[in-house]
Every structure is written in C-alpha cells, then in structure tokens.
Design a protein around this ligand. Structure first.
Ligand SMILES: *Cc1c(COP(=O)(O)O)cnc(C)c1O
Length: 425
C-alpha cells in the first residue's frame, strides 16, 4: 500500500470521506487521492515522493506558483510580528485600496476569510438593500456552500451527482436557470421581477468546466436587473485577477452592482472579499444595519500574502498576456494532440485557465457538460496521473496555470498528454 493510500485509510476514520473538501476524495475520477507533502513552482510532491505537475493550482488560488519566495518572505516577516490582532491594520487599508483601484466596480470592499463568506454576505446585503428575497442563479454555477445557493450547483455537488444538498434552508427563494439562456431570464423576470433581490452569476463559468458567457448574455442580465430593480452580483472568486486585472468587466464590458472575490487574492491563504457600489456597501455594519463580521477577517498573514500577489501583478505589465499565453499553449497543445489521434476533445482557454471536455461539439451549457464522455475523462485522468500530472479530479472543474509554468513544465504536460491520449484512444 502506498503512503497516500495508508493516509487516506487513516483519514477516513476521523474525517468524513477522508477529506476536508469533497472533490479532493477523487470520487469523480476513482482511486485514492494523493496526499501532498510539499510544493514548489508548478510541482507537487506527494507522500510517496512522486513529483506531480500541478494542473489545479489549488483550485485557482495559486497564480505566482507554489512557495513563491516573495510570499514566503512577506508572510514569514509578518508571522514574526504576530498572526492575528483582532484590530485594524494598515495592510488591510492598502489591500482594500488596491482592490478598488484594480476592479472598476469596487468602490468599497470588505475582507472575509473565504469565497463562501463573500457570496453569502453579498447576498445578504442585496436582500437587505432591496427588501426582497428571491434570487436567480444559474445551473452549474457554484457560489460556495451558502445554503440557498446550493441549488443545481456546479463543482463538488455536481461531481457527486447530488447538485443540491439536503439540510439547506431558503431553497424556495432560489430560482436556478440555464446558463447562457437569456430568454429564460426574461420569462423569470416577468413572473418574479417584483420579488427579485439579485441575479448572481459566475460571469465566466468555471465550476462546470470552463464556459464563457455567450455574446450579450451578461448585458441582458444587467438590463434585467435595471428593469426589475434587482442587483447584479458577479461571483468572481475564480475569474477575479485570473482573467484580467479588472475582472469580467474588463473582458465583457458589463458592470455589476456587487462583486465577490476569493482564491487568488489570498495568495494561498484563506481570504475572500465582497464589495461594489458605495451606496450599497455602506449599508454594512457598523455604519449600516446589515450585520457581518469575522474573528479572522483581514487576518494579517492572509492579507500579507494577498497584498504580495496583488503587488506582483501590478508591478508586471506583462502579467496577464503571459498568463493567458501559458493557458492557451496548454489548451491548444492538448487539442492538437487529441486531433492527431482522432479523439474528440473540446478545449477552451481564457485568461489563466483552460477547460478540456471529451465531447463532439463545443460545450456551452451544463447540459452539454453532463453529456460529455465522463468515462473517458476518468481514464485520461488516471493515465495522466501515472505520468506525473495532477489534473482536476472532476470533469466539472477547469484546469489552472500559474506563472511558474515555464517551457519545461508545458513540455512535460504535453508529453504526458501525448502518451495518455494514445493510451485511451
Ligand atoms: C471556490 C468558489 C467559491 C467558494 O470559495 P471558498 O473559498 O471555497 O468558500 C465561490 N464561488 C466560486 C465561483 C468559486 O469558484
């Protein structure tokens, strides 16, 4: 038995499913998860000493590469000055200033400790500000494990085949519609517009593989909100700082009222943020009545890591062209190899992520993704893992790249894919 298998067996005795977040258990792909001991740059080392190319980058949270020197130095320095004060710090102000400077829709922002907290709080604010309760979300979008948003959710729930969860309250207030279906939104607004607090959407859907918005879809959501008085919330926990400095607005030209952020802005430490129009965000306590708080909100270590990432991004004019170039080369390389072997593989890249789906036609909805060849992905995943590449352990996840992907890394990925795709052809 490998050390990872041994650890997994031990873990299952005391941790539900042996993991602290469900998709990590490999139910979507089979086999035992690799327990990780350390990471550097683009690579992970598991408990058996195997080196694995990391195509997941902590579900998108890692963008500079693992164990980046600049983050290690900054966080180490902060740790020596204390890890949590429960009182405000200058670094939080600087972090908020940088976020507001980069993301056009952010006039004010509050830091929290996870993406889930960010979407949950944005939703509470939207309901408070509008005095309404209903919310439109989209099938296959994932907004963290917020009760009322675990309805037709992508990512983990979809991977486990449940898509919604027992034990949640507020499900009746959630209307889940097909992504990219503006007609369905119009019909829903007709029926529920007067009760609608918000439309929440992943502007670039990345929890059902990678599905960009159809032309005009986000603009239609904007006008549906303007017409009904609901607020538009962009969940940019993945897309924020991964597709462009200014997020989805920079790419799609549509401004939301509120934004949720997470993942990248914590540099690998637990951070989330929500914010947007000042007239809305200023309704948060203590100035306003909408309550939200956190013992570790704005935590010095997490803010220090996040600030370091943001500064590295801002200091590098070539950051996004290079990052999207890397994702594009990975995606195009895979598409070319699959094409040579006659394997139908749909590949898309956008900013610092790419999606691969074994399907005959481009994937534009959750239904398309559900219809893709999942058995083939399982085989591909296993064949890549044997060759030292750690892909996302579910067809519903995107692949992520970091700045640590150099020529050697991209070459390694494509060489492994050549062998793996030949295996499963
Ligand atoms: C990961 C994710 C979340 C939840 O963030 P956590 O930090 O895992 O709570 C919310 N929305 C989107 C789009 C995500 O990808």
């Amino acid at each position: 038995m490998s050390r990872s298998e041994e650890l997994f067996r031990r873990a299952r005795q005391v941790i539900p499913g042996g993991v602290n977040s469900p998709v990590r258990a490999f139910h979507g792909v089979g086999g035992a998860p690799r327990f990780i001991e350390r990471a550097q740059g683009a690579w992970l080392w598991d408990a058996d000493g195997n080196r694995l190319l990391d195509a997941l980058c902590s579900w998108g949270a890692i963008v500079l590469g693992h164990a980046d020197d600049r983050i290690a130095r900054a966080v180490g320095g902060q740790l020596a000055r204390g890890s949590s004060y429960g009182a405000p710090t200058e670094a939080e102000v600087e972090m908020a200033e940088l976020l507001c400077r980069c993301v056009p829709a952010l006039e004010q922002v509050r830091l929290v400790s996870s993406g889930t907290e960010a979407t949950m709080s944005a939703l509470r604010l939207a309901r408070a500000a509008t005095g309404r309760t209903k919310v439109i979300k989209f099938d296959g979008c994932y907004h963290g494990h917020v009760d009322s948003l675990l309805i037709n959710a992508g990512s983990g729930p979809m991977t486990l085949g449940t898509s919604s969860s027992p034990g949640v309250v507020g499900a009746e207030a959630t209307l889940s519609l097909p992504y990219n279906d503006a007609g369905a939104v119009d019909v829903c607004i007709e029926a529920h517009g007067a009760d609608l607090a918000a439309i929440i959407v992943e502007p670039i859907a990345a929890n059902m593989n990678l599905i960009p918005p159809a032309d005009g879809f986000l603009a239609r959501l904007r006008s549906a909100c303007d017409q009904s008085g609901a607020l538009l919330i962009f969940d940019e926990v993945i897309s924020g700082f991964r597709i462009a400095l200014g997020g989805a607005e920079e790419v799609c030209g549509v401004r939301p009222d509120l934004i949720a952020l997470g993942k990248i802005i914590g540099g690998g430490l637990p951070v989330g943020a929500f914010g947007g129009r000042a007239d809305l965000v200023s309704q948060m306590a203590p100035d306003g009545p909408v309550y939200q708080a956190g013992t570790l909100s704005g935590n010095p270590l997490a803010v220090c890591a996040g600030l370091t990432v943001l500064r590295c991004i801002l200091d590098d004019a070539d950051f996004y062209p290079r990052l999207s170039g890397i994702a594009q080369r990975c995606g195009e390389g895979l598409a070319e190899i699959a094409g040579d072997l006659g394997i139908p593989l749909q590949v898309r890249s956008l900013g610092g992520l790419y999606g691969i789906a074994f399907a005959e036609a481009p994937v534009t909805s959750l239904a398309d993704m559900q219809g893709a060849d999942h058995a083939r992905y399982r085989d591909f995943f296993a064949a890549m893992l044997r060759r030292g590449v750690h892909l996302p352990p579910s067809v519903y996840e995107a692949c992520f790249v970091s700045q640590a992907y150099d020529e050697e890394v991209i070459g390694f990925l494509l060489e492994a894919a050549r062998g793996a795709l030949a295996d499963i052809a």
